[in-house]
Design a protein around this ligand. Sequence first.
Ligand SMILES: [Mg+2]
Length: 245
Amino acid sequence: MAKRILALFDVDGTLTVPRKTASKQTLDFLQELRKVVKVGIVGGSDLVKIQEQLGDNVLTAYDYVFSENGLVAHKGGEQIAVQSLKVHLGEDKLKRFINFVLHYIADLDIPIKRGTFIEFRNGMLNVSPIGRNCSQEERDAFEVFDKEAGVRPKMVEVLRKEFAEYNLTYSIGGQISFDVFPQGWDKTYCLRFVEGDFDEIHFFGDKTFPGGNDYEIFMSEKTVGHTVTSPADTEKQCTEAFLSQ
Ligand SMILES: [Mg+2]
């Protein structure tokens, strides 16, 4: 019996240059690969963004497409699942959390504030003490200020204690904000849709270091992890793994 193998790919930095569209060479290669193994895509972005990067036909061009880490899951072109923060937490818990964050920011004494302190997304909240609609200059200044003042780490510690029973993960990234999402809503989320159906699940990603957005799925005992440095490297490593026997 042939092994049932799934090759799962991150998008940014793995199949495309970050934030750019995939090359014809990469897309052709993935179709060649599909003749030998099943191929899936798992990206942190929403489906619209993944379609911009990999093509409008992405849902039918691959066996699985997991956008937002699998909160939106497609198999063979059909949507098989959809999840959201709103449904997962429920309106009451969500409101309690948002109210607390807004009170906390209101009482925060920092040099400047602008607007949009919470951005509500399908699978996460993005919280910014200065407010997301600050200028680039203000953004740079806040980053410098926060390195000394530790506004974000302090706020995260308070939220962690106050909302311990919510089981949330806090991720400080970028210059002015941090993300909040349920524990396990990283790329490992998508594995629930495939783990029973394959003997081997190979994952290819560029940010496999601790703190990187591929780290958890790369480290998962359910996957064979591969660290890549570019789309060309992805193609090279896949050829060695699947096409050169
Ligand atoms: Mg990446």
